[in-house]
Design a protein. Sequence first.
Length: 238
Amino acid sequence: MKLSDFQVLTFDCYGTLIDWETGILQELRPWLSQNNIQLSDDVILQAYASSESKIETDYPDLPYTDILYRVHQSLAKEWNISSSDDQATKFSLSVENWPAFADSLEALQILARHYKLVILSNIDNQSLQYSVAKLGVKFDYLFTAHDIGSYKPSQRNFQYLLDKLAASNIPPNKILHTAQSLFHDHVPAKAIGLATCWINRRHDKQGWGATPQPSQDIKPDFQFNSMAAMAEARQQTD
C-alpha cells in the first residue's frame, strides 16, 4: 500500500490540522487560575476528553457549541468551582480562537496537488468555518457532526462520509482517512473498511491528551508525526 494509491484524503480537523489542545488549555487555564487551582496539562486534557466524550454520546444531536457549554459546566462540577453562563458561553465559542498547527497550511497545499481534500469533523458548521479560514486551502467537501446528527466514533458518521463520496463516484478503496485520534477516527474508520493514516501529534508526549484511550488495539496503515512529514512522504512517491 502506497500514499499514491488514493485519490481522496478525509481529515479529522481538531487535533490533526487545528491544535485544539493548545486552544482548550488557553481557554481553561485563566479560569482555573482565578479559582486558585493548579493542574497539569495532562490532567486538564484528560478531564476534558472524558467529559466531552460522555456528553457527545448522551446528546448526539446537540451542536458542538452546546457540547462545549456543557463540558465547561461538567468540569466545574468535577473541580468544585463555579461555571457562570458567561464563562460557559465564552468557552462554547472558543473554537474560533483555536490555532492551526504550524505545518498544516503548507502540507495541505502540497497534498491538494495530489488529492481531493475532505473534512469529517465533530463540530458545528459555524465553528468549522473559522478553522477552515485558518487552514487557507479549499476543501472539496466539509462533513460535520452538526449535519450528520451524531459524533464520532459513531459509524453513522463514516457511513455518511462513504455515501456522500460514493455519490461523486469515489469508492472506499480510494479514500485515506487521516487523523490524530485513534479513539474517534481510526477504530471506526478501520471497522468500516477504510485505510487510515495516523498523524501522531502526541508522539513526544505521554497519555492520550484531549481524546479518550482507544477501545481496542488498532494499527493504522500509515503513520507520521506531523502533516509536514506526510506531505514530504507523498512528494517522494512521485
